[in-house]
Unconditional design. Sequence first.
Length: 191
Amino acid sequence: MDWDDAETIRLLKGRDEEVFGQLFKAHFSPLRKYAFTFVQEQQLAEDIVQNIFYKLWKRIEVLNFSDSVAAYLYRAVYNESLNALKHNKVKRVYQSWLHRNMNQHSDNAVKKLHHDQLEIRLHKAIGDLPQQCRTIFQLSRFEGLRYHEISHRLGISPKTVENQMSKALKILRARLIEFLILLALYFVNNH
């Protein structure tokens, strides 16, 4: 059948299902192979060609065939294939961006969780220190005072401040060691 003659186009515009079926049978396989040369996926190539025939059937009344029906079909498959490639590229870029951001947010959430847990355990351990140890530790670490400033403020000797600070650090290390080891292992394994 000569697919570029005016009679075929007239019959298609008249919704002749038999002519449409013959057109589909004659062109489906070569059009699928043509689409495959662009998209390199059999299923996607088939989907493209089926979509072209679907659009042809839905819009046949408004289509103008400047060339042959075959030329129209090949041009449509070409354009649809390029659109599919653009769509797939956008999809890959988005998936890559999403993957990176999800990993980053996940890592940040885990880090924050570990930081929050450490802070809770640290405040609990500081709260459990003997009164004088806790006061000296807080003045040193949170207020930034030097040992001689602490001794002057509390009216005790600098040696007592040094001893109490040493005691506080030893107790805190013992209380937090298991958590710090787990935290260190996490950061070593994830970086």
